[in-house]
Design a protein around this ligand. Structure first.
Ligand code: GLN
Length: 428
């Protein structure tokens, strides 16, 4: 398998007449982001021959700033997965140890940066799909505030939680790309009018900032290498005049994160994916009538994980379950966000290890060994807060990461602190 099975198709999207902040940067793009004239499959069989007639806004932004796109990267089918194992083109391998997963769903985008095939890539993050792959492959994975980067032309998983994000090896490159692709887009009604800042100058003031260690996450981590590296970093932050304290999220709400996530994402997916029926576009199966065509198309064109999740979503949306499951989950989401906002009124940043473990083996039961510390970053998709994962250290020769998040639209300060952390940690 070439290139860790991370590439769905090679391409060359570049405009020789353009030059700017992204000159000389080669990109890979997650294959759920539309590229005009270049197949965009969502790593799903149903879209294996789908060629968009338009670019996602972020693609135009990259090209107009001198960037060059050379690959479309594999993902867990339609973004539904955490390990990079469900793409129609087969499992993505971790470039640092091919017996291990790269993390998902933005598996290919992360693997291609980690292996050095490209300088940077775009992914999407609905739960933690930028940040887990960054953690497992030892790179920077950044998800901005909801509305900061246009999602026009992105195949949705769950629209109220979907974000476009950036992978690179360092914070500076990440911030440079953010400057280019952030901003209002008239084609995306959820994009923000807020001015784009000079993120890449990385010179926001950190005077007096407070960082809150999320104790709820630490409680679920037993890997000594992770705990030691994390504690060492906290001491170094204190030496650098950053105030560090411990915070506790509401334990019931913290433990509700995976369940609420499951209900809301899958309910939204069931609705968002209703056009994947072979009628307007995509692979169509034959049938005697419309219903038969759609049933056959979806049965043959969508993989097991997608069909299973659609079932969960449909169940939550059934008339008899709507109040008790779907609406109730929305209410709990609101409580989770209020709890986070309460914490972020006391501290400027939240911080914790990004996961309890290094990348699992391809053949291990990774769902069984997953803990609350492996699923909590979804809280930023509920709240829309920006979040980043940075390389923190190594255990058994494999990388593990650090999570930092902040208030909405506080990207500049978050990236400035992240850059300081990257300087402190150094090469892992
Ligand atoms: N692990 C999450 C899931 O399986 C993340 C998905 C995402 O962010 N796209 O749903």
């Amino acid at each position: 398998m070439d290139n860790y099975n991370a590439i769905v198709s090679e391409c060359l999207i570049k405009d020789e007449s353009k030059s700017g902040k992204l000159d000389n940067l080669k990109f890979a793009i997650k294959d759920n982001i539309s590229t005009k004239g270049v197949k965009t499959t969502g790593s799903s069989k149903i879209l294996e021959n789908y060629v968009p007639v338009f670019n996602a806004t972020v693609i135009d932004d990259i090209v107009n700033a001198g960037g060059e796109i050379i690959a479309k990267a594999a993902l867990d089918e339609l973004g539904m997965g955490g390990y990079g194992t469900t793409a129609a083109t087969g499992p993505v391998l971790n470039p640092l140890d091919t017996t291990r997963v790269a993390g998902g769903s933005s598996a290919g985008s992360a693997a291609l940066v980690a292996s050095g095939y490209v300088h940077a890539s775009l992914g999407t993050d609905t739960g933690d799909s930028m940040r887990i792959p960054a953690s497992y492959t030892g790179i920077v994975g950044f998800k901005p505030t909801y509305g900061r980067i246009s999602r026009f032309g992105v195949i949705p998983y769950a629209a109220s939680l979907d974000h476009v994000g950036i992978f690179a090896k360092d914070v500076k490159t990440t911030a440079t790309i953010l400057e280019v692709i952030a901003g209002y887009d008239e084609n995306d009604q959820t994009s923000s009018y807020k001015a784009v800042e000079d993120y890449a100058s990385l010179d926001a003031s950190l005077a007096g900032v407070k960082v809150g260690i999320i104790d709820n996450v630490i409680e679920h981590i037993s890997n000594e290498d992770i705990l030691t590296a994390f504690n060492n970093l906290m001491s170094k932050l204190v030496e650098n005049d950053v105030q560090v304290e411990n915070i506790q999220l509401n334990q019931d709400l913290f433990k509700a994160l995976p369940t609420v996530y499951k209900v809301l994402t899958n309910a939204e997916a069931f609705s968002n994916h209703s056009n994947l029926n072979g009628v307007p576009f995509g692979n169509r199966q034959p049938g005697d009538n419309l219903n038969e065509i759609m049933l056959e198309t979806r049965t043959k064109g969508l993989g097991y994980q997608v069909r299973a999740r659609h079932l969960v979503g449909a169940y939550a949306l059934m008339e008899e379950n709507y109040e008790g499951i779907y609406q109730k989950s929305k209410k709990v989401r609101r409580l989770i966000v209020e709890d986070l906002n309460d914490q972020l009124a006391k501290v400027d940043f939240l911080i914790a290890p990004s996961a309890s473990r290094i990348a699992p083996k391809q053949d291990e039961d990774f769902y069984a060994s997953s803990t609350y510390a492996d699923n909590y970053m979804v809280m930023d998709n509920f709240s829309g807060h920006p979040g980043i994962v940075l390389p923190l250290g190594k255990s058994d020769g494999m990388p593990f990461g650090l999570y930092v998040s902040s208030k909405a639209f506080n990207e500049k300060q978050l990236l400035t602190l992240s850059n300081l952390i990257q300087e402190i940690v150094g090469e892992i």
